[in-house]
Design a protein around this ligand. Structure first.
Ligand SMILES: Cc1cc2nc3c(=O)[nH]c(=O)nc-3n(C[C@H](O)[C@H](O)[C@H](O)COP(=O)(O)OP(=O)(O)OC[C@H]3O[C@@H](n4cnc5c(N)ncnc54)[C@H](O)[C@@H]3O)c2cc1C
Length: 466
């Protein structure tokens, strides 16, 4: 039966029911089937001056690929996306579309924006089902480029350079490629084998080599890569994986985790599965501190492991930095939110184990440097929340290892590598940087955009045009 399309509303997408998914790690959103995708594609106005493309950090020809879906030419749609993105199945799932392409969609002025992310995901999944993958370029340059870090930024830069014919090797510290896509974002949002591993294989199909268990700054330095190994240029995409803490009393108690450690245990080391040995602490009652995507992922992971979960965030719902879809899903699954609330102390029992958290109510004052209203404590409003596990999801900074072991690499006060926004060039000749290590923790698509720009920057540098 043909789908009746309300031009003002998105074609609904199937999801696992909240009561079911709260107890498993299977993907929450099930995506469009072909009929639904073609129906949703009819909602695109094919604007002459497409704002959505401007809203996309990698400038995907969005009306172009949607028009192909409308015609039923899915392979054509995949080719259009592939001109700009090497990780479409990932981006279709985790990009904050509501503030990017969909946020400026003209259809969204009077009704709901076109479901661009879900259409991108559909196209990439369709191509995977057909076994379609990109081909390595026939012409190769005999010039070596090293990429440090196999997260979205490194993979994108490596893929683009390989398409230009360069001989590219990625050096990755962990035993698996993918960066935050494998160790941070949980399986229920981004399946690792079905989606991430597959898209990494597509990058490898372009000729990119990936060396895992290789820590630049320890196994080898950038100076050694360039001077001894003959790399003509290096792209640093080492992310921002160093967690921040609040430095409040009790933070050393047993049962306090950084979200990074908690999620790495669950996602990369598969601690939630009986056939894996990595232990993970399952609290009876868990408090997650923070309001970003990382906080939502930690909260929803703890819930699936069997805990009651409360998210404590110091601003109001309006300022929650997490993607709207993640907050909506977390609430549907039964996660409690204590908003305008900030921890002041973690309470321990006589054995040093977490037994609760003391918090204080906040109100919003004048805007701060970030433009958001600054939370201010309300005197005398402290109270306690009982819990036996606390997960800190307060943000991360770049690890200083690489900058500390490389000559002439400028960093700023936040330990980010200083890199030109257009080319990725750093203070050191032949060394480029981008993604979270240069901007601080941001998003997958911004990291990919930086990787694309740096690939062009490196190509120009090697040609002597930079
Ligand atoms: C839990 C979580 C959820 C998130 N959810 C979203 C989301 O829904 N949507 C979104 O857009 N963004 C999300 N983000 C942010 C997004 O994942 C990051 O902005 C993005 O991954 C940054 O990409 P990157 O390539 O710069 O760094 P990373 O993904 O961090 O990759 C860096 C890689 O470099 C490696 N590395 C580090 N140091 C070295 C070294 N010395 N030598 C060799 N390798 C090294 C690391 O092991 C890692 O694999 C989330 C982040 C987290 C932590």
């Amino acid at each position: 039966m043909a789908i009746e399309v309300d031009m003002m509303k998105k074609v609904p997408v199937s999801e696992q029911a909240p009561e079911e998914r709260a107890h498993n790690f299977e993907e929450v959103c099930l995506g469009y089937n072909e009929e639904e995708a073609r129906a949703e594609a009819t909602r695109c106005l094919n604007c002459k001056n497409p704002k959505c493309v401007e809203g996309c950090p990698v400038s995907i020809n969005i009306p172009g690929f949607i028009a192909k879906i409308k015609e039923g030419d899915m392979a054509g749609a995949y080719d259009v996306i592939g001109e700009a993105s090497s990780l479409p199945a990932v981006c279709g799932r985790v990009c904050p579309q509501e503030t990017q392409c969909e946020g400026v969609c003209i259809r969204g002025i009077k009704g709901e924006a076109v479901s661009i992310g879900k259409l991108e995901r559909f196209t990439a999944d369709w191509a995977a089902e057909q076994g379609i993958s990109p081909k390595a370029p026939s012409e190769k340059k005999n010039i070596k480029v090293a990429v440090i870090g196999a997260g979205p930024s490194g993979l994108t830069c490596a893929g683009d350079l390989a398409k230009m014919g360069y001989d590219v090797t990625i050096y990755e510290a962990l035993h698996k490629a993918g960066g935050v896509l494998v160790y941070g974002i949980p399986e229920f949002r981004l399946p690792k084998e079905k989606v991430v591993a597959r898209e990494i294989e597509n990058v490898k199909a372009l000729g990119v080599k990936i060396k895992t268990d290789y820590v630049i700054g320890r196994s080898e330095t950038i100076d050694e890569l360039m001077e001894d190994e003959g790399y003509s240029a290096v792209y640093i995409a080492s992310g921002a994986g160093l967690p921040m803490f609040m430095h409040i009393p009790g933070e050393q108690a047993l049962g306090v985790y950084s979200a990074n450690e908690y999620l790495t245990r669950a996602n990369l080391m598969k601690a939630y599965r009986d056939d894996h040995d990595t232990p993970i602490n399952v609290g009876r009652k868990t408090v997650v501190v923070g309001g970003g995507n990382v906080a939502m992922d930690a909260a929803r992971t703890a819930l699936r492991l069997g805990s009651e979960v409360t998210v404590v965030y110091r601003r109001s719902e309006k300022e929650l930095p997490a993607r709207a879809e993640e907050v909506h899903h977390a609430k549907e699954e039964g996660i409690r939110f204590e908003l305008l609330t900030n921890p002041v102390e973690i309470l321990e029992d006589e054995n040093g184990l977490v037994k609760g958290i003391r918090v204080i109510k906040m109100e919003l004052g004048e805007p701060d440097a970030s433009g958001r209203r600054r939370p201010v404590e309300i005197e005398g409003s402290e109270y306690e929340i009982e819990c036996d596990l606390v997960i800190m999801a307060l943000g991360t900074t770049p690890n200083p290892l690489i900058a500390g072991t490389t000559d002439n690499l400028e960093t700023n006060k936040k330990k980010c590598i200083v890199a030109d926004e257009e080319t990725g060039a750093t203070s050191r000749n032949g060394v480029f940087a981008g993604g979270d290590c240069a901007t601080g923790a941001a998003t997958v698509i911004l990291a990919m955009g930086a990787g694309r720009k740096a690939a062009k920057g490196i190509d120009n540098y090697i040609k002597g045009q930079l």
